[in-house]
Design a protein around this ligand. Structure first.
Ligand SMILES: [Mn+2]
Length: 360
């Protein structure tokens, strides 16, 4: 099935404006863009007089919780969290994948007429029959701004005074986290223009950076240290392979939730084009996370890690992909090294830039 818009901005805006008791949600284990999207829509609809019920499910990184005020959303760490009696619209944000909406999937399936979606991913299902999808947006919050503009909702009080917990801040949080703070290839001129608009609206980016990026526990840095000391360079230094065993998590008091962004660390090395993080799941299974750099020059070559992950029945995007590799850590590392070596043998300098976008 082709996953694309089935409604216009104006139609989605009309549905939002008409809602009296909307339920706003996003994918399981919300990240900064997902939670930012939920907060932005909640704040906008509350401002329009609706009785908003926002709810999310799954673990949430402590650092992004500070985006919300106390009681701004319901949170089900594990179990289901569904719309309440009288709900007249469900807004699904930053995903279109049924598999990521298990917490309310049955309810959504039973009430398709009430469900709308706003998403920037290239793939999804028909969980929201009326939806706005634009994979050219670097974050879901970027797409949301177009809808909020259509609604005529101001992103922050006039005057540009520095303020926390505005719609503008929620939008900025999604935009910044999904673009690696305006560094990833998806951060184009439109993203920078929106960033400028949000700063002018009073977003305190310094406070946000400190909260979102400088709030780790010491154990996370200890885990990074272990990962870095495990680096094994191969393919003439073009590939860096890191290993984390279960005992590394135990010793540092961390878990898989602390892995976010860690795979990118070796990218600071000039020769490295591909970074691989191998994480021991159990003695016979290793999770592999692949990243590659964008081309050094526009139109240049890069390594397609979606293809690499495909060797292990995994996949993802051209610059970010994942897979599960059967075997012990030593076996998995050997197989990954072999896959990289044969990739470089057959592709020479890597594949030509295809212009394929990457969204997170
Ligand atoms: Mn997103």
């Amino acid at each position: 099935m082709e996953y694309r818009s089935t409604a216009t901005h104006a139609e989605i805006a009309r549905r939002l404006r008409a809602a009296r008791r909307p339920f706003v949600t996003t994918h399981f284990k919300p990240d900064g863009d997902a939670l930012g999207s939920v907060l932005a829509v909640s704040r906008a609809l509350s401002g329009l007089g609706a009785q908003v019920d926002a709810a999310v499910a799954g673990p949430i990184d402590r650092t992004i919780l500070g985006l919300a005020s106390e009681g701004e959303f319901r949170h089900a760490a594990r179990g289901p969290v569904e719309p309440r009696e009288g709900c007249d619209l469900v807004v699904v944000l930053d995903t279109g994948a049924e598999s990521q909406l298990e917490h309310c999937r049955d309810w959504l399936r039973a009430h398709p007429d009430l469900v709308i979606g706003i998403d920037h991913h290239a793939n999804g299902s028909a969980i929201a029959p009326a939806r706005l999808v634009d994979a050219s947006c670097a974050s879901c919050t970027q797409l949301l701004v177009e809808v909020l503009d259509e609604l005529g909702v101001p992103l922050a009080p006039a005057g540009g005074r520095r303020m926390r917990r505005t719609i503008a801040e929620a939008i900025f949080a999604g935009l910044a986290t999904d673009t690696g703070w305006f560094r990833f290839s998806g951060a184009d001129d439109r993203v920078y223009q929106l960033g400028a608009r949000l700063l002018a609206a009073g977003v305190d980016k310094d406070a946000l950076f400190r909260m979102l990026e400088q709030g780790d526990a010491p154990g996370r840095l200890a885990l990074v240290a272990r990962a870095l000391s495990s680096i094994d360079y191969c393919c003439d230094g073009r590939v860096a392979v890191m290993r984390l065993m279960r005992r590394d998590f135990e010793a540092t008091g961390t878990g898989v939730d602390d892995l976010a962004g860690l795979v990118n660390e070796p990218m600071s090395v000039g020769t490295v084009e591909v970074s691989v993080l191998l994480t021991e799941s159990d003695p016979t299974l290793v999770k592999a996370s692949f990243r590659s750099k964008p081309p050094a020059v526009a139109g240049g070559t890069f390594v397609d890690v979606n293809h690499l992950a495909g060797h292990f029945d995994g996949g993802g995007h051209v610059h970010a992909a994942g897979a599960r590799v059967a075997g012990s850590m030593d076996e998995a590392a050997a197989r990954v090294r072999a896959a990289c070596a044969s990739y470089f043998e057959s592709a020479g300098d890597g594949v030509a830039a295809s212009g394929a976008g990457e969204t997170v």
